[in-house]
Design a protein. Structure first.
Length: 731
C-alpha cells in the first residue's frame, strides 16, 4: 500500500465528475456546510497521511463517490446515506459525524458494528449470519450501503492482480451480498453481483455462456417476437387490455441450471420467459388470467407437470400468478407467466415471490418488514420514513458465536447454560459459568446477539434442580432432567454402598427386609428419596445405622433385658502395637498353613508381599487386611483385642486380584499400548478394564491377576512408561 495517497490524473477527473453528478442528484437535500465539512475532513486526512489505497490498490475517495452513486441510483438513498458513505471511507468516527446530524452518526455506528461482526465469523455464508447482520445493523441504510459498496467493488476489481483477495471478495458477493440484495428486492443488483462473482470465480463458464448468448441474441429475439405476435393478436381479439415482455435468464442462473441438470448450454430449454401482464379490474382478475391461460395453451402444447397455479391459492407471502411451460415454434419450450398489474406490483416488491418459489424460505415476519422497506425505497420523497426505519425483525431471536467463529441461533432470553447444553450434554452438566467476549459471567447470564461465548467447566460440577429455571430452550431442559435423573441414580447407588460398608465395618449383617422397615420407620415412602438424602448429607449415616440396629433388634425380639454380669468377669486388654495382640501370637500365611480358618479381606485385597495383619471375626475366622486398609484405623481403635500380627511365609504360589487406577491423555491407541504390555507379561492375566473419558483425559480402572507385590510393582513401572500416561496407582 502507498504510504501517502496520491491521485492519478484519471482519478482526479473521475472524482470531479462524480462530485458534479452527486451535487445535481442530491439537490436541495444537501445542507449548508456539508461539502465544506467533508472537504475539511478530506484535507486533514490527506495531511496526516491517513488515507490509503485498499488491498486492490483502489483510491478510497473515488470508491466512496462511486458507491454513493450506486446507492442513489439503485437503492434510493439520499443525503444522510451519502454523507455516511463518504465519511466512513474517509475513516471518520461516529462522534465526528455528529456535525452532519444524528442520523449520519447512527448509520456510521451501524457500519462500524457490522464491519466488526463481519470479521468475527468464518460462516458468513450461513442464513444465521445474514439474519444476524440484518438485526445487528439497526438501520436499514447500513445494509443498503454495504450492498452498494460491494457492487461497486465488484465492478472495479476486474483487472486486480491480487487473485486470492479477489476470489474471497467474489465468494462473499455470491453467498452474502447477493442474498441480502435479494431479500430487499434489489434484483438488478442481485443479478449483477451473481454474474460478476461467476465471472471472477469461474471465468471459463461465464464467458462461454456470454458468448453463446451473444451469438444467439438475434435468433432469440426473433424467436420471442415470433412467439409473442400471434399470442398478442389472440389476446386483443379476446378484448383483454395487456402488455407483454420477454426476459433472458442471467448468466449465473443459466450456469446454475446447467450444473443442476448436468447438461450443456444447448440443453437449457427455458433460457427466456414471456410475461403477460393484464390490466384488469379486481373483480375480473382471475377470470381474465384464466382466459389468457386458455388462449396460450390452445395455441401451444402445455406441459402439465410444469403448471404452477398461485392464482387459486396464493403463496404465503401473497404472490399470485399462473406459470405454464409450453412447446413453442421449432419445438422449443417457453415459460409463460400470466398475472395482472396489481399482482405484478406485489411480486416486484420486498422479497419477490418470483424468486422465493425457487426455494427461498420465509422467516417469521420478515416478508412484511421487507415489503415495508421496499415501499420506503420506492417512495423517493418519503425520506422521513426511511430515517426512522429500525430493524427489529429478529426481536425474538439472538445469534451468538462459538470461540471458533461458528454462529448459533437461540430464542431471546437463552442463557450461558443453554449454550453449554447445545454444545454437548457433558459440557452442560459440568458448566460453572462462561466468558462473554472475554468477560467472566455466571451460568444464568442471558445471551445477546453478536456475543462470543466460551464455556467454563469443572469436573466436580453436577446438575442442580434449580437449573430447570435457568435454561429456556426445550433441548436444554430435557438434557437437565435426564442429567438430574442419572445423577440421582448414581448418587443413590453410592449412598447405598456407603451404608452397606458402614454396616460391614460394624460387623452387622445387612438384611433387605430390616432395611426396608428402617426406611419406612424413618418416614420415607420411596427408598430413592432415602438414599438421596444420605448422598446430600442431609441424613447422617451413623444415625441410620443406629436406627437399623434398633429396628433389627425389635424385629428379632433382641431387646429383652440381659443378665447382669460382674465387672470382675472382664479383663482389660491393650495391644502393644497397632497390629498385634500378644507378642507371641503371629499368623504366618503360607502354603503349609492348615487348621486355621482365614480369608483375604475384600476391602483392601492384600496380595503376597503386602504388610498385613489379621482380624478375628465374630464367628472365629480371621480376615487378613493390608496395614494400609481404609478400615485399619477403625479396627485398631475400636477392637484392638481382635487384631493379630500376620506375615507371609515362603514364596507366592497363588494369584491375587489387584486393581490399578490409570489416568492419562485421551489419545488414540493409548489403551491398546497398555493392554499390549499386560499381554506380554508372563503370569499376569487381565480380568477387566473400565475407561471413562472426559475433558481430554481418560480415567481407567484395570483389574489383573498377579503373583506378588514385586510383579505388581514391575507392571506399574512399565505402564508408567507408556506415552500419555500421567499416573498409575493401586486401589
Amino acid at each position: 500500500m502507498d504510504a501517502k495517497l496520491i491521485f492519478t490524473t484519471d482519478e482526479r477527473r473521475i472524482a470531479r465528475e462524480l462530485v458534479v453528478w452527486l451535487r445535481e442528484h442530491l439537490g436541495d437535500s444537501l445542507q449548508t456546510g456539508d461539502e465544506s465539512a467533508l472537504w475539511r475532513c478530506f484535507k486533514e486526512k490527506m495531511r496526516r497521511g491517513e488515507l490509503q489505497r485498499d488491498v486492490f490498490g483502489l483510491n478510497p475517495v473515488v470508491s466512496a463517490l462511486q458507491t454513493a452513486r450506486v446507492a442513489i441510483e439503485d437503492t434510493g438513498l439520499r443525503r444522510d446515506g451519502v454523507m455516511a458513505i463518504i465519511f466512513s471511507r474517509l475513516q471518520g468516527h461516529s462522534d465526528e459525524a455528529k456535525a452532519f446530524g444524528g442520523s449520519v452518526a447512527t448509520i456510521l455506528h451501524g457500519l462500524s458494528r457490522t464491519h466488526d461482526l463481519h470479521g468475527k465469523s468464518h460462516v458468513v455464508e450461513s442464513e444465521n449470519f445474514r439474519n444476524l447482520l440484518l438485526s445487528f445493523a439497526e438501520d436499514m441504510r447500513v445494509i443498503l450501503i454495504m450492498i452498494a459498496g460491494r457492487v461497486n467493488l465488484m465492478r472495479q476489481i476486474r483487472d486486480a492482480e491480487n487473485e486470492e483477495e479477489k476470489r474471497h471478495t467474489s465468494e462473499e458477493a455470491a453467498y452474502l451480498y447477493a442474498p441480502l440484495a435479494h431479500k430487499l428486492g434489489l434484483y438488478k443488483l442481485k443479478s449483477e453481483l451473481e454474474d460478476l462473482s461467476l465471472k471472477y470465480l469461474e471465468h471459463d463458464a461465464y464467458y462461454m455462456i456470454r458468448e453463446k448468448l451473444n451469438a444467439t441474441k438475434k435468433s432469440r429475439d426473433a424467436y420471442i417476437e415470433s412467439f409473442i405476435r400471434p399470442v398478442e393478436q389472440q389476446l386483443r381479439e379476446a378484448g383483454l387490455n395487456f402488455h407483454m415482455k420477454g426476459r433472458t435468464k442471467s448468466i449465473h442462473s443459466i450456469w446454475q441450471k446447467m450444473k443442476k441438470q448436468k447438461c450443456a448450454f444447448e440443453g437449457i430449454y427455458d433460457l427466456f420467459a414471456i410475461r403477460i401482464i393484464i390490466d384488469a379490474p379486481l373483480e375480473k382478475e382471475k377470470m381474465q388470467c384464466w382466459q389468457a391461460f386458455s388462449i396460450v395453451t390452445d395455441m401451444y402444447q402445455p406441459n402439465p407437470k410444469r403448471l404452477r397455479d398461485w392464482l387459486s391459492v396464493p403463496k404465503s407471502n401473497g404472490y399470485e400468478s399462473l406459470h405454464i411451460t409450453v412447446l413453442g415454434p421449432e419445438q422449443k419450450w417457453v415459460e409463460v407467466q400470466i398475472r395482472t398489474e396489481r399482482m405484478d406490483e406485489i411480486a416486484e416488491r420486498g422479497l419477490a415471490a418470483h424468486w422465493r418459489y425457487k426455494g427461498v424460505k420465509s422467516e417469521g415476519g420478515i416478508d412484511e418488514w421487507l415489503a415495508n422497506i421496499r415501499t420506503a425505497l420506492e417512495a423517493a420523497d418519503d425520506q422521513q420514513a426511511m430515517e426512522h426505519f429500525k430493524m427489529e425483525l429478529y426481536e425474538n431471536e439472538v445469534f451468538v458465536f462459538t470461540p471458533k467463529g461458528d454462529l448459533l441461533k437461540f430464542p431471546k432470553g437463552a442463557t450461558v447454560l443453554d449454550f453449554a447444553y447445545y454444545i454437548h450434554s457433558r459440557i452442560g452438566s459440568t458448566c460453572v459459568g462462561g466468558r462473554i467476549n472475554g468477560k467472566v459471567v455466571p451460568i444464568r447470564h442471558q445471551l445477546r446477539s453478536g456475543d462470543t461465548v466460551e464455556i467454563v467447566t469443572q469436573n466436580n460440577q453436577k446438575p442442580r434442580q434449580e437449573w430447570l429455571q435457568i435454561v429456556k430452550t426445550a433441548r436444554a431442559k430435557s438434557k437437565v432432567r435426564l442429567a438430574l435423573k442419572e445423577t440421582q441414580q448414581k448418587e443413590g447407588l453410592l449412598a447405598k454402598e456407603m451404608l452397606e460398608r458402614k454396616l460391614k465395618n460394624k460387623k452387622i449383617e445387612l438384611s433387605e427386609s430390616v432395611m426396608a422397615h428402617t426406611i419406612k420407620k424413618m418416614g420415607f415412602k420411596v427408598a430413592s428419596d432415602f438414599y438421596k438424602q444420605i448422598a446430600e448429607e442431609k441424613l447422617d449415616v451413623n444415625t441410620v445405622v443406629e436406627k437399623y440396629i434398633e429396628t433389627r433388634d425389635y424385629d428379632l425380639n433382641l431387646n429383652a433385658p440381659a443378665q447382669t454380669r460382674s465387672a470382675e468377669e472382664y479383663n482389660f486388654e491393650l495391644a502393644e502395637n497397632h497390629f498385634s495382640g500378644a507378642q507371641d501370637d503371629e499368623l504366618v500365611i503360607g502354603s503349609d498353613l492348615k487348621g486355621i480358618d482365614y480369608s483375604l479381606a475384600k476391602c483392601c485385597h492384600p496380595i503376597f508381599g503386602d504388610p498385613i495383619f489379621g482380624f478375628v471375626t465374630v464367628n472365629g475366622g480371621i480376615k487378613v487386611h493390608r496395614t494400609t486398609c481404609p478400615n485399619a484405623r477403625h479396627l485398631r481403635e475400636n477392637m484392638p483385642y481382635r487384631i493379630v500380627r500376620a506375615r507371609w511365609s515362603g514364596k507366592g504360589t497363588s494369584q491375587y486380584n489387584i486393581t490399578l487406577n490409570i489416568i492419562g491423555n485421551d489419545d488414540i491407541g493409548i489403551v491398546n499400548n497398555i493392554t499390549s504390555i499386560i499381554s506380554k507379561e508372563e503370569k499376569i492375566m487381565m480380568r477387566s478394564i473400565n475407561i471413562d473419558s472426559h475433558d481430554g483425559l481418560f480415567d481407567g480402572h484395570l483389574t489383573v491377576m498377579v503373583d506378588d507385590t514385586s510383579r505388581m510393582e514391575a507392571l506399574i513401572k512399565k505402564i508408567r512408561t507408556v506415552k500419555g500416561v500421567k499416573s498409575v496407582a493401586r486401589i
